[in-house]
Design a protein around this ligand. Structure first.
Ligand SMILES: Cc1cc2nc3c(=O)[nH]c(=O)nc-3n(C[C@H](O)[C@H](O)[C@H](O)COP(=O)(O)OP(=O)(O)OC[C@H]3O[C@@H](n4cnc5c(N)ncnc54)[C@H](O)[C@@H]3O)c2cc1C
Length: 300
Protein backbone atom coordinates (compact mmCIF):
# COMPACT_ATOMS: atom_id res chain seq x y z
CA UNK A 1 0.00 0.00 0.00
CA UNK A 2 1.06 3.62 -0.45
CA UNK A 3 1.65 5.60 2.77
CA UNK A 4 -0.50 8.55 3.76
CA UNK A 5 0.93 11.89 2.50
CA UNK A 6 3.65 13.46 4.69
CA UNK A 7 6.15 16.32 4.59
CA UNK A 8 9.82 15.42 4.34
CA UNK A 9 12.67 17.25 6.12
CA UNK A 10 16.37 16.47 6.04
CA UNK A 11 18.23 17.22 9.28
CA UNK A 12 21.89 18.33 9.26
CA UNK A 13 22.53 17.45 12.91
CA UNK A 14 20.77 15.63 15.75
CA UNK A 15 20.25 19.00 17.45
CA UNK A 16 18.53 20.32 14.32
CA UNK A 17 16.42 17.14 14.10
CA UNK A 18 15.33 17.66 17.70
CA UNK A 19 14.44 21.32 17.01
CA UNK A 20 12.47 20.27 13.92
CA UNK A 21 10.53 17.69 15.95
CA UNK A 22 9.68 20.33 18.58
CA UNK A 23 8.45 22.74 15.87
CA UNK A 24 6.55 20.14 13.84
CA UNK A 25 4.71 18.69 16.86
CA UNK A 26 3.97 15.18 18.07
CA UNK A 27 2.67 13.95 14.69
CA UNK A 28 6.21 14.22 13.26
CA UNK A 29 8.65 11.31 13.43
CA UNK A 30 12.32 10.78 12.70
CA UNK A 31 13.33 8.38 9.97
CA UNK A 32 16.38 6.17 10.59
CA UNK A 33 16.66 2.91 8.62
CA UNK A 34 12.91 2.92 7.96
CA UNK A 35 12.71 -0.86 8.52
CA UNK A 36 9.99 -0.55 11.16
CA UNK A 37 8.51 2.84 10.35
CA UNK A 38 8.07 2.54 6.56
CA UNK A 39 6.22 -0.83 6.68
CA UNK A 40 3.92 0.61 9.37
CA UNK A 41 3.30 3.67 7.19
CA UNK A 42 2.61 1.52 4.14
CA UNK A 43 0.07 -0.46 6.17
CA UNK A 44 -1.31 2.90 7.38
CA UNK A 45 -0.79 1.81 10.98
CA UNK A 46 1.45 4.88 11.34
CA UNK A 47 0.47 8.23 9.77
CA UNK A 48 3.15 10.77 10.66
CA UNK A 49 2.45 14.26 9.30
CA UNK A 50 6.18 14.79 8.70
CA UNK A 51 9.38 12.76 8.59
CA UNK A 52 12.71 14.18 9.75
CA UNK A 53 15.41 12.17 8.01
CA UNK A 54 18.51 11.36 10.11
CA UNK A 55 20.32 9.57 7.27
CA UNK A 56 22.37 12.57 6.08
CA UNK A 57 23.74 13.63 9.46
CA UNK A 58 27.51 13.17 9.64
CA UNK A 59 29.15 11.18 12.47
CA UNK A 60 26.11 9.34 13.67
CA UNK A 61 27.25 5.88 12.48
CA UNK A 62 30.37 4.66 14.27
CA UNK A 63 31.72 1.91 16.51
CA UNK A 64 34.52 3.12 18.78
CA UNK A 65 36.35 1.76 21.80
CA UNK A 66 36.87 4.36 24.51
CA UNK A 67 37.64 4.19 28.25
CA UNK A 68 36.52 0.58 28.66
CA UNK A 69 33.33 1.09 26.64
CA UNK A 70 32.19 0.38 23.12
CA UNK A 71 30.36 3.43 21.77
CA UNK A 72 27.91 2.73 18.97
CA UNK A 73 26.35 5.66 17.13
CA UNK A 74 22.56 5.54 16.82
CA UNK A 75 22.64 5.40 13.00
CA UNK A 76 25.02 2.41 12.93
CA UNK A 77 23.44 -0.28 10.75
CA UNK A 78 23.05 -3.83 12.04
CA UNK A 79 25.32 -4.98 9.18
CA UNK A 80 28.12 -2.62 10.28
CA UNK A 81 28.00 -4.14 13.77
CA UNK A 82 27.94 -7.64 12.28
CA UNK A 83 31.14 -6.82 10.33
CA UNK A 84 32.94 -4.82 13.03
CA UNK A 85 36.14 -6.27 14.53
CA UNK A 86 35.65 -4.04 17.59
CA UNK A 87 32.10 -5.34 18.13
CA UNK A 88 33.33 -8.92 17.63
CA UNK A 89 35.44 -8.52 20.79
CA UNK A 90 32.06 -8.70 22.59
CA UNK A 91 30.74 -11.78 20.75
CA UNK A 92 27.15 -11.46 22.00
CA UNK A 93 26.91 -8.26 19.91
CA UNK A 94 27.90 -10.20 16.81
CA UNK A 95 25.43 -13.00 17.67
CA UNK A 96 22.66 -10.41 17.72
CA UNK A 97 23.60 -8.26 14.72
CA UNK A 98 24.27 -11.23 12.43
CA UNK A 99 20.89 -12.83 13.16
CA UNK A 100 18.56 -9.88 12.59
CA UNK A 101 16.23 -10.60 9.67
CA UNK A 102 17.99 -10.78 6.28
CA UNK A 103 20.84 -8.78 4.78
CA UNK A 104 18.50 -6.18 3.24
CA UNK A 105 17.08 -5.33 6.67
CA UNK A 106 20.53 -5.49 8.29
CA UNK A 107 21.96 -3.11 5.67
CA UNK A 108 19.32 -0.46 6.44
CA UNK A 109 18.11 -0.97 10.02
CA UNK A 110 19.94 0.88 12.81
CA UNK A 111 20.64 0.06 16.44
CA UNK A 112 19.25 3.47 17.49
CA UNK A 113 16.00 2.85 15.61
CA UNK A 114 15.70 -0.60 17.18
CA UNK A 115 16.03 0.58 20.77
CA UNK A 116 13.76 3.59 20.13
CA UNK A 117 11.12 1.30 18.62
CA UNK A 118 11.15 -0.96 21.75
CA UNK A 119 9.42 -3.79 19.90
CA UNK A 120 8.99 -6.69 22.39
CA UNK A 121 10.21 -9.04 19.63
CA UNK A 122 13.31 -6.96 18.79
CA UNK A 123 16.72 -8.58 19.18
CA UNK A 124 18.82 -5.72 20.55
CA UNK A 125 17.11 -4.98 23.88
CA UNK A 126 17.72 -8.38 25.58
CA UNK A 127 21.38 -8.30 24.52
CA UNK A 128 21.94 -4.71 25.65
CA UNK A 129 20.23 -5.50 28.97
CA UNK A 130 22.49 -8.52 29.50
CA UNK A 131 25.49 -6.25 28.88
CA UNK A 132 24.23 -3.42 31.14
CA UNK A 133 24.37 -0.87 28.29
CA UNK A 134 23.43 2.80 28.53
CA UNK A 135 21.49 4.88 26.02
CA UNK A 136 22.74 8.42 25.40
CA UNK A 137 19.75 10.63 24.59
CA UNK A 138 19.78 14.17 23.27
CA UNK A 139 17.07 16.83 23.11
CA UNK A 140 16.19 20.47 23.69
CA UNK A 141 17.19 20.30 27.36
CA UNK A 142 20.58 18.71 26.63
CA UNK A 143 21.91 15.17 26.85
CA UNK A 144 21.32 12.43 29.38
CA UNK A 145 22.52 8.88 29.79
CA UNK A 146 19.84 6.32 30.67
CA UNK A 147 20.53 2.68 31.62
CA UNK A 148 18.77 0.47 29.07
CA UNK A 149 16.94 -1.15 32.02
CA UNK A 150 15.21 2.22 32.60
CA UNK A 151 15.05 3.31 28.96
CA UNK A 152 12.37 0.78 27.90
CA UNK A 153 9.17 1.45 29.83
CA UNK A 154 6.66 -0.79 28.06
CA UNK A 155 5.97 -2.39 24.68
CA UNK A 156 6.81 0.23 22.03
CA UNK A 157 7.32 2.82 24.78
CA UNK A 158 10.56 4.42 26.00
CA UNK A 159 11.52 7.33 28.24
CA UNK A 160 12.29 9.47 25.16
CA UNK A 161 10.49 12.83 25.23
CA UNK A 162 8.60 14.00 22.12
CA UNK A 163 11.63 15.78 20.59
CA UNK A 164 14.32 13.64 22.17
CA UNK A 165 16.59 11.34 20.15
CA UNK A 166 18.89 8.39 20.74
CA UNK A 167 22.44 9.58 20.04
CA UNK A 168 24.55 6.61 21.12
CA UNK A 169 24.54 3.19 22.77
CA UNK A 170 27.35 2.67 25.27
CA UNK A 171 28.34 -0.89 26.11
CA UNK A 172 30.72 -1.57 29.03
CA UNK A 173 33.45 -3.96 27.85
CA UNK A 174 33.12 -7.22 29.81
CA UNK A 175 36.12 -8.06 31.99
CA UNK A 176 38.43 -11.05 31.74
CA UNK A 177 36.68 -14.43 31.96
CA UNK A 178 33.40 -12.64 31.16
CA UNK A 179 31.43 -13.53 28.08
CA UNK A 180 27.93 -13.85 26.74
CA UNK A 181 25.87 -15.43 24.00
CA UNK A 182 22.54 -14.67 22.37
CA UNK A 183 20.33 -17.20 20.59
CA UNK A 184 16.94 -16.55 19.04
CA UNK A 185 14.51 -19.07 17.57
CA UNK A 186 12.90 -18.02 14.30
CA UNK A 187 10.48 -19.43 11.78
CA UNK A 188 12.68 -18.12 8.94
CA UNK A 189 15.25 -15.35 8.44
CA UNK A 190 13.18 -12.25 7.56
CA UNK A 191 10.84 -12.46 10.56
CA UNK A 192 11.14 -11.51 14.20
CA UNK A 193 12.05 -14.30 16.65
CA UNK A 194 9.53 -16.49 18.45
CA UNK A 195 11.66 -16.47 21.60
CA UNK A 196 15.22 -15.54 22.49
CA UNK A 197 17.72 -15.70 25.34
CA UNK A 198 20.74 -13.54 26.14
CA UNK A 199 23.17 -14.78 28.79
CA UNK A 200 26.22 -12.99 30.15
CA UNK A 201 28.50 -14.63 32.76
CA UNK A 202 31.59 -13.53 34.70
CA UNK A 203 33.68 -16.47 35.88
CA UNK A 204 36.28 -16.61 38.64
CA UNK A 205 37.94 -19.66 37.06
CA UNK A 206 36.90 -22.53 34.79
CA UNK A 207 33.96 -23.50 36.98
CA UNK A 208 32.99 -20.85 39.52
CA UNK A 209 30.54 -18.16 38.40
CA UNK A 210 30.93 -14.74 40.01
CA UNK A 211 28.05 -13.03 38.25
CA UNK A 212 25.40 -13.75 35.62
CA UNK A 213 22.62 -12.02 33.73
CA UNK A 214 19.87 -13.84 31.87
CA UNK A 215 17.46 -11.83 29.72
CA UNK A 216 14.62 -13.27 27.66
CA UNK A 217 13.09 -11.78 24.51
CA UNK A 218 9.57 -12.08 23.01
CA UNK A 219 8.05 -13.53 26.19
CA UNK A 220 6.76 -10.36 27.83
CA UNK A 221 5.76 -6.82 26.91
CA UNK A 222 9.38 -5.86 27.58
CA UNK A 223 12.45 -8.10 27.78
CA UNK A 224 12.25 -10.31 30.87
CA UNK A 225 15.23 -10.07 33.23
CA UNK A 226 15.27 -13.59 34.68
CA UNK A 227 16.68 -12.83 38.12
CA UNK A 228 16.09 -16.31 39.54
CA UNK A 229 17.90 -17.87 36.59
CA UNK A 230 20.88 -15.58 37.23
CA UNK A 231 20.72 -16.40 40.96
CA UNK A 232 20.97 -20.10 40.13
CA UNK A 233 24.41 -19.37 38.61
CA UNK A 234 25.83 -16.48 40.65
CA UNK A 235 28.27 -17.58 43.37
CA UNK A 236 27.98 -21.22 42.27
CA UNK A 237 30.19 -23.87 40.75
CA UNK A 238 28.68 -24.44 37.31
CA UNK A 239 27.59 -28.06 37.30
CA UNK A 240 25.10 -29.69 34.90
CA UNK A 241 22.58 -29.42 37.76
CA UNK A 242 23.14 -25.61 38.08
CA UNK A 243 22.67 -25.22 34.32
CA UNK A 244 19.36 -27.12 34.45
CA UNK A 245 18.19 -25.06 37.43
CA UNK A 246 18.97 -21.83 35.56
CA UNK A 247 17.12 -23.05 32.44
CA UNK A 248 14.12 -24.07 34.58
CA UNK A 249 14.09 -20.69 36.33
CA UNK A 250 14.22 -18.88 32.97
CA UNK A 251 11.26 -20.93 31.76
CA UNK A 252 9.34 -19.99 34.94
CA UNK A 253 10.13 -16.28 34.42
CA UNK A 254 8.78 -16.22 30.86
CA UNK A 255 5.31 -14.74 30.44
CA UNK A 256 4.55 -15.34 26.76
CA UNK A 257 1.37 -14.66 24.84
CA UNK A 258 0.06 -17.23 22.36
CA UNK A 259 0.10 -15.96 18.76
CA UNK A 260 0.70 -17.19 15.22
CA UNK A 261 4.28 -18.08 16.23
CA UNK A 262 3.11 -20.64 18.80
CA UNK A 263 1.32 -21.34 22.06
CA UNK A 264 2.47 -19.95 25.40
CA UNK A 265 3.62 -23.43 26.51
CA UNK A 266 5.62 -23.90 23.32
CA UNK A 267 7.39 -20.57 23.87
CA UNK A 268 8.16 -21.46 27.50
CA UNK A 269 9.79 -24.70 26.33
CA UNK A 270 11.77 -22.76 23.74
CA UNK A 271 13.03 -20.42 26.46
CA UNK A 272 14.30 -23.38 28.47
CA UNK A 273 16.26 -24.78 25.52
CA UNK A 274 17.56 -21.39 24.31
CA UNK A 275 18.71 -20.39 27.81
CA UNK A 276 20.59 -23.66 28.22
CA UNK A 277 22.26 -23.32 24.80
CA UNK A 278 23.15 -19.64 25.29
CA UNK A 279 24.53 -20.40 28.73
CA UNK A 280 26.73 -23.23 27.45
CA UNK A 281 28.05 -20.98 24.67
CA UNK A 282 28.71 -18.13 27.13
CA UNK A 283 30.54 -20.48 29.51
CA UNK A 284 32.70 -21.82 26.67
CA UNK A 285 33.60 -18.30 25.57
CA UNK A 286 34.37 -17.22 29.16
CA UNK A 287 36.80 -20.18 29.29
CA UNK A 288 38.54 -18.83 26.19
CA UNK A 289 37.06 -21.27 23.68
CA UNK A 290 36.00 -20.07 20.23
CA UNK A 291 32.28 -20.78 20.22
CA UNK A 292 30.19 -19.80 17.20
CA UNK A 293 26.51 -19.21 17.77
CA UNK A 294 23.76 -18.75 15.25
CA UNK A 295 20.01 -18.41 15.53
CA UNK A 296 17.89 -21.55 15.46
CA UNK A 297 15.35 -21.95 12.68
CA UNK A 298 12.28 -24.15 12.38
CA UNK A 299 13.18 -27.44 10.75
CA UNK A 300 16.94 -27.08 11.13
C1 LIG B 1 11.10 -7.94 7.22
C2 LIG B 1 11.67 -7.40 8.50
C3 LIG B 1 12.15 -8.27 9.46
C4 LIG B 1 12.69 -7.79 10.64
N1 LIG B 1 13.17 -8.70 11.55
C5 LIG B 1 13.75 -8.25 12.69
C6 LIG B 1 14.30 -9.18 13.62
O1 LIG B 1 14.33 -10.39 13.42
N2 LIG B 1 14.84 -8.66 14.76
C7 LIG B 1 14.87 -7.30 15.02
O2 LIG B 1 15.37 -6.89 16.05
N3 LIG B 1 14.37 -6.43 14.13
C8 LIG B 1 13.81 -6.85 12.98
N4 LIG B 1 13.32 -5.95 12.09
C9 LIG B 1 13.35 -4.50 12.43
C10 LIG B 1 14.69 -3.88 12.12
O3 LIG B 1 15.66 -4.36 13.01
C11 LIG B 1 14.67 -2.35 12.22
O4 LIG B 1 15.93 -1.93 11.84
C12 LIG B 1 14.43 -1.73 13.58
O5 LIG B 1 13.30 -2.19 14.23
C13 LIG B 1 14.20 -0.23 13.50
O6 LIG B 1 15.35 0.40 13.07
P1 LIG B 1 15.29 1.44 11.89
O7 LIG B 1 16.64 2.10 11.87
O8 LIG B 1 14.84 0.81 10.66
O9 LIG B 1 14.24 2.51 12.46
P2 LIG B 1 13.00 3.23 11.75
O10 LIG B 1 12.08 2.24 11.18
O11 LIG B 1 13.49 4.33 10.87
O12 LIG B 1 12.36 3.90 13.05
C14 LIG B 1 11.70 3.12 14.03
C15 LIG B 1 11.13 4.05 15.11
O13 LIG B 1 12.17 4.59 15.90
C16 LIG B 1 12.22 6.03 15.78
N5 LIG B 1 13.65 6.35 15.71
C17 LIG B 1 14.54 5.89 14.80
N6 LIG B 1 15.77 6.32 15.11
C18 LIG B 1 15.65 7.07 16.23
C19 LIG B 1 16.59 7.79 17.03
N7 LIG B 1 17.91 7.82 16.76
N8 LIG B 1 16.12 8.45 18.12
C20 LIG B 1 14.80 8.41 18.43
N9 LIG B 1 13.87 7.75 17.71
C21 LIG B 1 14.30 7.09 16.63
C22 LIG B 1 11.43 6.35 14.52
O14 LIG B 1 10.85 7.64 14.58
C23 LIG B 1 10.38 5.26 14.53
O15 LIG B 1 9.34 5.60 15.40
C24 LIG B 1 12.75 -6.39 10.89
C25 LIG B 1 12.27 -5.50 9.94
C26 LIG B 1 11.73 -5.99 8.75
C27 LIG B 1 11.24 -5.01 7.72
Amino acid sequence: MIPHAFDYYRAGSLEEASRMLAELGEEAKVLAGGQSLIPLMKLRLARPSALVDLNHIPRTAYIERQNGHLRIGAMTRHAAIEESADAARIPILHDCAAGIADCQVRNMGTIGGSVAEADPHGDWAPVLLALGAEVECTGASGSRSVPISQFIKDAFTTVLGPSELVREIRVPAPGQRSAGAYIAFKRCAPVYPTASAAVQVAMQDEDFCLDARVVLGCVGLTPVVATEAAAALRGQAITPHAIERAADAAMAAADPQPDLRGSADYKRLLIRVLTRRALLAALGRARGEHVEVSHEYVGR
